[in-house]
Design a protein around this ligand. Sequence first.
Ligand SMILES: [Zn+2]
Length: 443
Amino acid sequence: MTTIIGNGVVITRDPTNPFIEQGAVAFTGPLITDVGPTATITSHYPKAEFIDAMGRIIMPGFINTHMHCYSTFARGIALPKQPQTTFGGVLANVWWKLDTLLTLDTVYHSAVAAFLDSIRNGVTSVIDHHASPHAIRGSLFRIADAAELVGIRCNCCYEISDRSGTQGTIDGIQENADFIRESHMRGDDMMGALMGMHAQMTLSSDTLRQVSKAGKELNTGFHIHVAEGYEDVADCVKNYNERPIERLNSYGILNDQSIAVHCVQITEQERTLLAQTGVAISNCPESNMSNAVGCSPILSLLDKGALVGVGTDGYGTDVTESLRCIHALCKHHMHDPSVAWNEPHHMLFRNNATIYNRTIQGSVGMLAPHNYADIILVDYHAPTLLTPSTVQSHMLFGIRGRDVTTVVVNGNIIMKDRCFVNIDEDCLLHEARQSALDVWRRI
Ligand SMILES: [Zn+2]
């Protein structure tokens, strides 16, 4: 059965065919079969189901390259009495308090809520980075259950650290390994996996050796926070007499299958090394600003040929907010209003797709034949001309995640006209609220 979404402005992200004013996308099963003018596409598939976009924008679903679904339960949480004045304090007194209270059930409900919110913001692929030190074994499988229920594309890992002691390290490696094998067996590209680690400052040399060995045996990439705050650098220099990028690289962690998140406090030499390794970098501007850790040298990294994408780090799920943040933050940081006009778009659209596609067999992030049918409809009423040359400006200053009305993932219609199709959102959010209360009561 073929479905056509047509009669809309199609922004394909395909360089050979980027913009169709009266366009349509046809898909059969999980894959896109055709993209072109509506009249042409409907003539090719006369018996297809037709979804009328009514002039709205048809574009690929957004991709979030670094997320913590469990952080959803921090929304409204009672914070420690003393305000945290350092990044280390934020970790110890907020995130490491929350994650130790998580059970397998609360992991599941927080992931359901995060995935529902992602879909509402047009995000169809999420790379999650998970921690629940008292509920490690089975946690990734519960996140996968949540992703399957909502119908979103997801990549999961458990962030191993020495915070959980020797047994926690063993459990973390085993959980990642089991989930990686499961995702390989599934082979449907809806559920991917990486070998996760927290950050080098919570990983001993022995742990890094074990994790590196396990990842290589499973032929998988790694997903780790890198030089997020000054604490990570100071720890590395003090204890190992080297910088974080150098230390991780010496264990073979940084490679063209891996994701290094943040990379804020990095030297010129580290930027060059990052580009040479081929590792992907996920930049999370709102999180960096909120934690007051600084601004990643994004433009310098891009100049050196590094693959830099965009993540939300659990700050929210709307990556269009991150787009705007990168645009403004780079200018602010460089004291130069002329910079960062094009780079944020390349990061969100081209680079995020490249990063996700390195984790799957097929392709997302582009409306073109043979790509996965991950498609969104955006109810955006342009106040000025929307043309191929003005799309970028409309994306930056106009279009928001909440303008998304319809979401298709892997050829399945998940949300239509702002209503979830096969799931009871109110009921699931009610369950999430009860689950969050269970966590909050134990703080
Ligand atoms: Zn993170």
